[in-house]
Design a protein around this ligand. Structure first.
Ligand code: ADP
Ligand code: MG
Length: 694
């Protein structure tokens, strides 16, 4: 395999464009993309033709506007290139109009009330900043999705808005520091993705996995992850084959898949790409999740992207590595070599510290989902409390700035520091803290609270927006400063003083931290319904509308969709449990009971000996079966009661406070029964089989 030939071979990337587009078209397109201008129709026609010819040469027959509705997954509607020419034959045709704008029946995508029923149309608009690609013989054109009234119906539109906002505000800061060479600031992201692989046949035997993506029942196997022998262990042949094909498929699509390894739990793995700009990283993570599933299927496996597919072993997350860089390739979160560079670094660092402290709620909200609620705060994922890990060295430096005291380390002799005399920061000052939700890792921040199935668009919209807000405030102050250095000095000092409560370098899994965080006044939002309420707090609505990331209508519509998603998820899980207990679990128990009862009868009546242990087992099972029956009924009533609630917020709390606990109770009894049932009576494959079969 020639990787460099394979890489990007199904992407209409810059190299292909330069080769296939007429020079003036190529230049016009570049100019339009750079300036965010709309494209002239003759240019669009020229691009469309070249794109089609390239796609057809690669075997494509169809094209689609590929978009990211608020379901969190991607959507596509395929049209073929064929166009009749009147004599019974067709040509392959694709116009600039078809490239730029699409119209689709949007009524089946969630809009949260943004699209009145009489206006079911939605529109898709080409996003030329993300390359088109070919998947399954279809030319996929990345697009934004919006309503007739111009409201965003997707995740890409606000993401692009937030990137533009951050660009504007960060450029103001760079100019203040005398930077005249950079023309743009972009945010960069590398998303590490965790997932499970299980055997397809076993998967299909479990309704819970099929309908909800996670196991709703299942007793712990004798062996879990306690031996730590899976993490970074040797990759088994079947998985290695899968990973090889996964890499190839992703490389063809221009995804910079770099690292593949086993994770902590049995059957758990991770894939990490090399970072790119945030828009591309978001598209690529969506593609990665899709390809993971497809390739697994071809290898007789199922890829589970659920946050918590198995109780008792680690769930899956996604690490959003985030930084800011100039178009000249400078990472703005890289500590510099000179005091001047370091002052700029510190200001950007302070913007992150202040943003995370002031908008803890939005960050928490951006990763909230029914699935992720099972991970956060349970000793495997970061706690639900947002804090920043900076490492001791950097924290000491900030402390010294705050208190105006002296600072010393191995490299720098004891010195007094302010921003004008900053020490040379030693390389890689951070150690590995795996328990922090938001960790500085040397030249980027790693936001670790994301669930594995989440679109990374949401958290990045929030990160870009809240940090841009701080950069704007800083720029406003500094642009009007009489003495830049002293104003900068006091700004950094003030920010550290007011927001250092958000910095925490200790163990986030510790109970002591929960108490300490409370003392510091940090938020501890444990569940999704509690997080969602925060969306429409005045300060948050003001932030979004002021920066035109979301209109008020868009915020309310998104909130409604999030409530719906949470409630539907729990409701489907509850109904699946009820179905499984009635149709599978109780009948299995009864069958075993019948077998035991017969034995008791034979021993007692016919042979005249003590019917033990059959009788004890029978009594135990009989009691459990009754519990399971009652608890199922109780759960049914809880679900039924929810049906009468119309207010979405109230409904989400009902699912959290009454349906979920009823599910837990039922599960406990059913799992206990599973440990007593003989193997041949088990109604579905066990954890043992699922976790150790691949
Ligand atoms: P680990 O955290 O496992 O040690 P790395 O530090 O190499 O791994 O990187 C983890 C992820 O962070 C990778 O996807 C990598 O591409 C990404 N990354 C590295 N630098 C940046 C950056 N400046 N901006 C965004 N992501 C980055
Ligand atoms: Mg990581």
């Amino acid at each position: 395999m020639n990787v460099s030939e394979l890489f990007g071979s199904y992407v209409f990337n810059d190299a292909v464009m330069r080769e296939r587009l007429p020079e003036e078209t190529y230049n016009a397109l570049k100019k339009a993309v750079k300036g965010g201008k709309s494209l002239d129709i003759t240019v669009a026609n020229s691009v469309a033709t070249a794109m089609k010819e390239w796609a057809v040469s690669k075997g494509a027959t169809h094209y689609t506007h590929w978009f990211q509705p608020m379901t969190g997954i991607t959507a596509e509607k395929h049209d073929s290139f064929i166009s009749p020419v009147g004599d019974g034959t067709v040509i392959m045709d694709f116009s600039g109009k078809e490239l730029i704008k699409g119209e689709s029946d949007a009524s089946s995508f969630p809009s949260g009330g943004l699209r009145a029923t009489f206006e079911a149309r939605g529109y898709t608009a080409w996003d030329p900043t993300s390359y088109a690609f070919i998947k399954d013989n279809t030319l996929c054109i990345p697009t934004a999705f919006y309503s007739y009234g111009g409201h965003a119906l997707d995740k890409k539109t606000p993401l692009l808005r937030s990137m533009e906002l951050l660009n504007t505000q960060a450029m103001r800061i760079l100019r203040l520091f005398g930077n005249t060479t950079a023309n743009r600031v972009i945010t960069t992201v590398g998303a590490e993705q965790e997932y499970f692989l299980v055997d397809k046949d076993l998967f299909n035997k479990r309704k819970d996995l099929v309908f909800t993506g996670r196991t709703l029942f299942g007793a712990r196997p004798p062996k879990g992850q306690e031996m730590n022998d899976h993490y970074f262990g040797a990759i088994r042949p079947r998985v290695a084959e899968f990973m090889k094909e996964l890499d190839e498929e992703l490389w063809k699509l221009g995804v910079l898949a770099k690292t593949e390894h086993n994770e902590a739990a049995p059957a758990q793995h991770e894939i990490a790409p090399i970072f790119t700009d945030t828009n591309t990283a978001t598209d690529h993570n969506q593609i990665t999740m899709e390809i993971l599933k497809n390739v697994a299927e071809r290898h007789g496996m199922k890829c589970l992207l659920h946050e918590k597919p198995f109780a008792g072993v680690n769930g899956s997350g996604k690490h959003n590595n985030w930084s800011i860089a100039t178009d000249t390739g400078v990472n703005l979160l890289e500590p510099g070599k000179s005091p001047h560079e370091n002052a700029q670094f510190l200001l950007f660092l302070c913007s992150v510290i202040k943003a995370v402290d002031e908008y803890q709620d939005l960050l928490r909200l951006s990763i909230a989902s029914a699935g992720n609620d099972h991970r956060l705060g349970s000793n495997e994922a970061p706690p639900a409390i947002i804090s920043i890990f900076l490492g001791d060295e950097l924290t000491d430096i900030l402390e010294a700035i705050d208190s105006g005291s002296r600072y010393s380390n191995k490299e720098n002799a004891d010195m007094e520091i302010g921003v004008h005399v900053l020490p040379h920061f030693p390389k890689d000052t951070t150690d590995r803290n795996r328990t922090s939700p938001f960790a500085f890792t040397g030249n980027k921040f790693e936001f670790r609270m994301l669930g594995s199935s989440l679109s990374i668009a949401g958290p990045n919209i929030i990160l870009n927006t809240i940090i841009a807000e701080q950069l704007e405030q800083f720029a406003d102050v500094l642009e009007n400063a009489k003495d830049f250095t002293s104003e900068l000095n006091s700004l950094i000092r003030k920010t550290i003083r007011e927001h250092k409560r958000i910095i925490f370098n200790g163990n986030g899994y510790n109970d002591a931290w929960v108490k300490e965080a409370e003392k510091r006044g940090l938020l501890n939002i444990k569940t999704t319904p509690e997080a969602l309420e925060r969306y429409i707090e005045d300060k948050n609505v003001e932030l979004f509308t002021k920066h035109r990331i979301f209109t008020k209508e868009e915020i309310f519509s998104r909130l409604e969709i999030l409530y719906d998603h949470y409630c539907h998820t729990v409701s489907i899980e509850a109904l699946t449990m009820i179905d499984m207990t009635k149709k599978d679990i109780i009948p299995s128990i009864l069958k075993y009971e019948e077998h035991l009862a017969k034995l008791v009868e034979i021993k007692q009546e016919k042979i005249g000996i003590l019917p033990e242990p059959e009788k004890t087992v029978l009594l135990k099972l009989s009691k459990l079966c009754k519990d399971i029956y009652d608890e199922t009924e109780y759960l049914e009533n809880a679900v039924f009661a929810a049906k009468n609630i119309t207010d979405k917020k109230e409904l989400s709390f009902c699912y959290k406070d009454s349906v979920l606990p009823a599910m837990e109770t039922l599960r406990r009894s059913a799992d206990e029964a599973e440990t007593i049932l003989g193997t041949e009576y088990l109604p579905y494959p066990t954890y043992e089989e699922l976790l150790f079969s691949v």
